[in-house]
Design a protein around this ligand. Structure first.
Ligand code: 2IT
Length: 447
């Protein structure tokens, strides 16, 4: 089966040599599926891998908009509808200058397995634009979102494809896009998630990715007979995900000592808690994409142009973006006694970092398991929209907790090795794959 996987990867490399992030994500998953392919040759006979690595549909479009000086700007918009085997396409929209087809294909591919792990009926998709929100006025953001939706609305729907937020897309952007969708279609329904609670959103959705990540890490700690109590936690990022993770980790008795931005990282020895966590939201709302003002405001240390992984910690949770934690960083973390690295960001660790963690028997939690709480709660928002009912915060939180615990159990089931070490990478990939692959078999070769 190694041969089969190598062949699929080689074909993919030949077809898309420039899509380095997508190739990285595809190789990472395919390689770990070998045991399950060996047990089930039917997957190879049905060419499941060849079919899985090709998106069902990719929409690429132009997004013209007018800036505050009256100048016309052109950005590129995308929606990659990767797999609808187990439900409508589901996944976020990313607005960031680094966005390319390769980035969105990697994210859409990851989303297939992540969404499958949640056990909710959601296929995989991802979209976005190379639009840079940094320094843009509120009016510019609105005009961009409206123009983006003017094309996207033709390709989405509550039973077809349900986008949400990702980097650069939060409650404000979802609002502007939903408003335009509603105007164009005259429909008020669950076509986007991450909506405001005033017009169809779900309680706990803003916190969900961070909360879910901490619930997952708590389960990892339990397998070692441990807990968050008294632990030092290093986070990267300062957006929605880091905010939720800081809130829940602090609530469970940990001390969060770092956050980071493109300008560097903050080391707050006293712990980032209470009003300091709420300040992250203010910092994000400025649209400046920097964390250094935190240091001035709270008297903490700011380390320019560096990542937080050099700080001594028990648990590291990358919450920013792909490949933000490399092999050297992983070595430093392990040397400093870090026992768990869990990705709240998508593909936060490089392949070298994952190897270092596995080699040293530190626990590595892959994003498709650790950060699945975000999309899982989007799924719960879809359920509430379909029922035209709202659950309480406690109900949603309890369901989120149950889903994260279930994902952890799946990882343990498929990832426990002979010596008892839990290989979460293997567990998550196999656990996510089986449901999608079997659905594809049952549905025939239409996808
Ligand atoms: O990466 C992710 O899972 C998200 N950005 C959330 C996707 C969603 O549909 O809520």
């Amino acid at each position: 089966m190694q041969h089969y996987v190598d062949e699929v990867v080689r074909d993919l490399e030949k077809r898309y040599p420039e899509q380095v992030e997508f190739l990285q994500a595809a190789k990472e998953v395919l390689q770990s599926l070998i045991p399950v392919l060996e047990e089930n040759p039917v997957y190879r006979d049905a060419k499941i891998l060849e079919r899985l690595v090709e998106p069902e549909r990719t929409v690429m479009f132009k997004v013209p908009w007018v800036d505050d000086r009256g100048e016309i700007q052109i950005n590129r918009g995308f929606r990659v509808q990767f797999s609808s085997a187990i439900g409508p396409y589901k996944g976020g929209l990313r607005f960031h200058p680094s966005v390319t087809l390769s980035i969105l294909k990697f994210l859409g591919f990851e989303q297939i397995f992540k969404n499958s792990l949640t056990s909710l009926p959601m296929g995989g998709g991802k979209g976005g634009s190379d639009f840079n929100p940094k320094g843009k006025s509120d009016n510019e953001i609105m005009r961009f979102c409206q123009s983006f939706m003017m094309e996207l609305y033709k390709h989405i729907g509550p039973e077809m494809d349900v986008p949400a937020g990702d980097i650069g897309v939060g409650g404000r952007e979802i609002g502007y896009m939903y408003g335009m969708y509603k105007r164009l279609t005259n429909q008020h329904h669950g076509v986007l998630t991450g909506k405001s609670i005033l017009w169809g959103g779900s309680l706990i959705r803003p916190e969900a990715t961070g909360y879910g990540a901490v619930y997952f890490v708590d389960e990892m700690l339990k397998t070692m007979g441990d807990s968050f109590q008294g632990k030092t936690v290093a986070l990267s990022g300062f957006g929605n995900v880091a905010w939720g993770a800081a809130l829940k980790a602090t609530e469970l008795g940990a001390k969060v000592v770092t956050i980071s931005g493109p300008d560097g990282y903050i080391y707050d020895e006293a712990g980032i808690s209470g009003e300091k966590i709420e300040y992250l939201l203010e910092l994000r709302a400025t649209n400046n994409d920097i964390v250094s003002p935190y240091a001035e405001k709270f008297g903490a240390k700011f380390v320019a142009n560096k990542r937080p992984w050099e700080v001594k910690c028990d648990i590291a949770i990358p919450c920013a973006t792909q490949n933000e934690l490399g092999g050297k960083d992983a070595e430093t973390l392990v040397q400093n006694g870090c026992k768990i690295v869990a990705e709240a960001s998508n593909m936060g660790c490089t392949p070298e970092a994952i190897d270092v963690l596995h080699h040293n028997k530190a626990l590595y939690g892959p994003g498709k398991a650790v950060n699945a709480g975000g999309v899982a709660t989007s799924g719960l928002e879809m359920s509430q929209n379909a029922m035209k009912l709202n659950w309480t915060a406690e109900e949603v939180d309890q369901k989120l907790f149950g889903i994260m615990k279930n994902i952890h159990d799946t990882c343990v089931k498929y990832g426990t090795e002979a010596d008892g070490y839990i290989n979460y990478q293997k567990g998550a990939n196999i656990g996510g794959f089986i449901k999608v692959a079997n659905s594809m078999l049952e549905l025939g070769y239409v996808l």
